[in-house]
Each structure stands twice: as C-alpha cells, then as structure tokens.
Design a protein around this ligand. Structure first.
Ligand code: PGA
Length: 252
C-alpha cells in the first residue's frame, strides 16, 4: 500500500507574514487528516519560520528547488544541507524551472542524487507540453524525463522517490487532465519506466502524484484512480479551506 501524499507548491507567493497567516489558517484542518502525508512547499524565505510552526505536527516541509553542489561560489543558489536544516522534501525539475530557468533532465538527475544523499525526499516533476501532447509525443517525452532524470539512482533508494506527473498544459490553466487520462500515463508510461530502471516490485512502491489545476472540486476524480497516489497542488494550495478539502479527499 502506498500512502497518499498531497504537497502544496506555493511557487513565488507569500511573504513571511502572509505565509504564517496561511499556515495558521490551514493547520487545524490539515491535522485532522492523518492518513495522508501532507507537505507544504513555501518559498525559501519562509522555510525557517514555517518549520517552527510545524514542530510537533506531522506536516512535512519542502523546498521548491535546490542546487546539487554542497557549497561554494554559486551566487543565488541554496544547497541540500541548507534545505535539510528545515525540510524533509524538495521539489525537483518543476516545469517552470525547466521552461524559465533552463533545467534539463541532466540537472534534474544531479539534484535527485544530491537530495537522496542528503536524506531529502525528492518530488521529481515530469510532463509533456501542449505541443508535445498534440504531436503524440507524450510517451516518448515522459519516459525520457523519468529515465534520464532518475539515471543511476540505486535500487535501494528508489522507494524514497516521489514522481509528480504534471502535464505542462494543465498547470495553472484551469484545464486539468481527466483522471482517466492521467491514470493511463502513470499506468502505461511512468510505472513501466520505473520498472525498467529498477524492477516491478520496486516500481509498485514508488508514489506517483498528479499535478495541474487540481482543486477541491476535481480532486476525487484523481484520487479514485488506482495509479494516482496524491497530488502536487499549486494555486489551490494558497487557499486554506480548499487545500484542506483536497487533503481530506485523498484520505477517502
Ligand atoms: P496548479 O500548479 O495547481 O496551479 O496548476 C500545479 C504545479 O505547478 O505544481
């Protein structure tokens, strides 16, 4: 059995004061749903104050990005050890990082290795663009992102991985994939790719999330699918009641 996981990706939103207010508002509701692994991913500047608010709760904290090097002359970057001071998770290779900041499957791979060797759980994002989707290239693109992004991950570390399938055309557009279509990508592309990298029993233990315009209104459609183990939620994670309702839907 794979434990459902819901992660809120706040992206570049919320000052420390705003972040504290949002967490204070959602924390009571989040704490009532213990059957679901719950993770908040605020911006870097809010990690320290939010980690203090989460002490004594079972709510996890994640960063939205990370550099792979341990330290050094990398102006503007944040190292795995710096993230590890406050977080248990890190989002890697989000499509906005790939599109706007030049991340590739190769940089994703370096970050995945750095996360695992620093005992951080990587939430690795994959997904095709609209153009790739319309050209019938979804399987090729997503399989490549999985295989190259996870290259040389040792099998005994693989079950710590979390994959998020986020079709780029569904992110922030209000145009979510259907539960059935997303489930098919997981069943026919992602889990077989994981089985090829590791083995079938290992692939069966790796959690795969869906992301892209998930709301409290459509969450159940995704969580009712056999392959979908939760969600990476963007816009709806900035609304306390809505995010709590998504988490509650994953517990059913
Ligand atoms: P969205 O973002 O829920 O706002 O579509 C999801 C994501 O980018 O992780």
């Amino acid at each position: 059995m794979r434990t459902p996981l819901i992660a809120g990706n706040w992206k570049m939103n919320k000052t420390v004061e705003q972040a504290r207010a949002l967490v204070a508002e959602m924390l009571p509701g989040l704490q009532t749903v213990s059957a679901v692994e719950r993770v908040l991913c605020p911006p870097f500047t809010a990690l320290m104050p939010i980690s203090a608010m989460l002490v004594g709760t079972e709510i996890g904290l994640g960063a939205q990005n990370m550099h792979w090097e341990a330290q050094g002359a990398f102006t503007g970057e944040v190292s795995p050890a710096m993230i590890k001071e406050f977080c248990q998770y890190v989002i890697i290779g989000h499509s906005e990082r790939r599109t706007y900041f030049g991340e590739t499957d190769q940089t994703v791979n370096k970050k995945v290795h750095a996360a695992l060797s620093n005992q951080l759980i990587p939430i690795v994002c994959v997904g095709e663009t609209l153009e790739e989707n319309e050209a019938g290239r979804t399987a090729e693109v997503v399989a490549r992102q999985v295989c190259d992004g996870l290259k040389d991950v040792p099998k005994d570390q693989a079950t710590k991985l979390v994959i998020a399938y986020e079709p780029v055309w569904a992110i922030g557009t209000g145009r979510a994939a259907s539960g059935e279509v997303a489930n098919r990508v997981l069943a026919e592309i992602i889990r077989p790719a994981l089985a090829g990298l590791f083995d079938t029993p290992t692939a069966q233990q790796i959690r795969i999330l869906y992301g892209g315009s998930v709301t409290a209104g459509n969450a159940q459609e995704f969580f009712g699918q056999p392959e979908i183990d939760g969600a990476l939620v963007g816009g709806a994670s900035l609304k306390a009641a809505e995010f709590v309702n998504i988490v509650a839907a994953a517990a059913k």
